[in-house]
Design a binder for this molecule. Structure first.
Ligand code: HEM
Length: 432
């Protein structure tokens, strides 16, 4: 981008720093920056040491429009997630010039993106996943029974929110139950790389060197090793699960490569539970702090789908994705240049005063609720119907049984700029 452009719309240094600070997403201070940006610089440029400059979209309308224009705003030309210059250089060195360690849907653009998305898209449609409802309900009942057995006090994240969606997605993929703890740990190490409690390279994260923590690529290697064996087994003995479908898929008349199959598994295995866990825990946290909303639900269980939407808006587990501009263009009054990098701030769009009445209030009966937590356009979340169905079923099982719930200690959010959510939620509750 030209210097003139950068000066015109430069975001003040302190606010720009907040956008790349994992702690700001954990302690919530990011929202003050978002609020300021929406009002004063809704499409501004962040210049932060160690990271290439990037545009920052904070308004709901701009996030939708950018997400919709997939030819103008690419996913794959640069990293689709915020990456430091050091990490970017390392990846390119390792990957023969490519900025990506994996080749998943989020790294692709037309025409390949759709060719790979259709391999599983029908599988995730509401009419198909409806058949999974009885099995998912069983898993939800087991999760509720476990909570009931915990004696009126638990860490809801550890006891319920983490394991329920994990078990659902692993059952769907065909990953054996005994491997679930490993999948959970690897996912937390990817998304929580900068979190001192969750990241593998915790020492670097603790020393406030998120780049150091980020380029511990051994987590991806471990995922790859696991799924390489998994994929071989699903090719040799296909079963009726998503893992077999992916392993035996063809694109342009040829079997997809090992690298692409492994990448596919990794995105489903990571995106498929952590986000849903975060929204689930975010819901209970909000209900514990807003007893009037809990009472509304108890009185009228038909509000449960509203609870699901509101908790996804409220938590917005995927905080950011990046896009790359494909040609010089005038957009929202800014002159964007080919190859400029751009951050979509979903959590800001979901607190946009122009769209949501009292955006900082948690309302289970919010209507309409046009949140952007699942993104929009060609890359809109593949698992959105599954995520919503899982959450609805859990609340249908849990809400009628819980008589009261309150916080029993200090909850905590994970420290991450890309995907984050509650990592601790101590609660006290009464159950029927
Ligand atoms: C509350 C839960 C979830 C949230 C908030 C969420 C959010 C998102 C977001 C923001 C995107 C990017 C959309 C865009 O670029 O426009 C995305 C993509 C994706 N999500 Fe989800 N997600 C959730 C659950 C799931 C589940 C359960 C799965 C199960 C497989 C899943 C799989 C994916 C995949 C594969 C993509 C990439 C789609 C593409 O690039 O074409 N997600 N999700």
């Amino acid at each position: 981008m030209s210097v003139a452009e950068a000066v015109d719309h430069r975001i003040p240094a302190e606010r720009a720093q907040t956008l790349v600070s994992p702690q700001a997403y954990a302690d919530g201070t990011i929202h003050e920056t978002y609020r300021w940006l929406r009002k004063h610089e809704p499409l501004g440029i962040a210049e932060v040491e160690g990271v290439d400059p990037f545009w920052v979209a904070t308004r709901h309308a701009d996030i939708l429009e950018i997400s919709r224009q997939n030819a103008l705003f690419h996913n794959g030309d640069r990293s689709p997630t915020l990456t430091s210059q050091v990490a970017d250089r390392k990846v390119r060195e390792m990957m023969g010039g490519s900025p990506h360690l994996l080749r998943t849907l989020i790294h692709m653009d037309a025409p390949d993106h759709m060719k790979y998305r259709v391999l599983t898209q029908a599988w995730f449609l509401p009419q198909n996943i409806r058949s999974l409802e009885p099995r998912i309900r069983e898993i939800a009942r087991a999760a509720v029974a476990k909570m009931a057995a915990s004696g009126g006090r638990c860490d809801f994240v550890r006891e319920v929110a983490l394991h329920y969606p994990l078990h659902v997605i692993m059952t769907i993929l065909g990953v054996p139950e005994e491997d679930e703890p490993r999948m959970l740990k690897l996912t937390q190490e990817i998304f929580g790389a900068a979190d001192p409690e969750l990241g593998r390279n915790a020492a670097a994260a603790q020393a406030a060197q998120p780049e150091e923590a980020q380029f511990d690529f051994s987590v991806i290697t471990d995922f790859m090793d696991y799924f390489r064996r998994f994929s071989e087994a699903k090719r040799a003995n296909p079963t009726d699960d998503l893992g077999s479908l992916i392993a035996n898929s063809q694109v342009d008349g040829r079997p997809i490569s090992d690298f692409e199959a492994l990448s596919y598994y990794i995105i489903v295995a990571t995106a498929g539970h952590d986000t849903t866990s975060s929204s689930t825990a975010g819901a209970l946290w909000a209900l514990a702090e807003n007893p009037q909303e809990f009472r509304k639900l108890k009185a009228d269980p038909s509000l449960i789908p509203g609870l699901v939407d509101e908790s996804i808006r409220w938590t917005t587990p995927v905080k950011t994705f990046m896009r790359t501009v494909t040609e010089d263009v005038e957009f929202a009054g800014r002159r964007l240049k080919k190859n400029d990098w751009l951050m979509l701030c979903y959590a800001s769009g979901n607190r946009d005063e122009e769209v949501f009445e009292e955006p900082f209030a948690f309302k289970v009966d919010r209507k309409p609720n046009k949140h952007v937590a699942f993104g929009y356009g060609a890359h809109v979340c593949l698992g959105q119907h599954l995520a919503k169905m899982e959450m609805r079923i859990l609340w249908e099982e849990l809400i009628p049984r819980v008589k009261s719930v309150e916080l029993a200690g200090e909850p905590a959010m994970s420290e991450a700029v890309f995907v984050n959510g509650p990592k601790r939620l101590p609660i006290r509750f009464e159950m029927a």
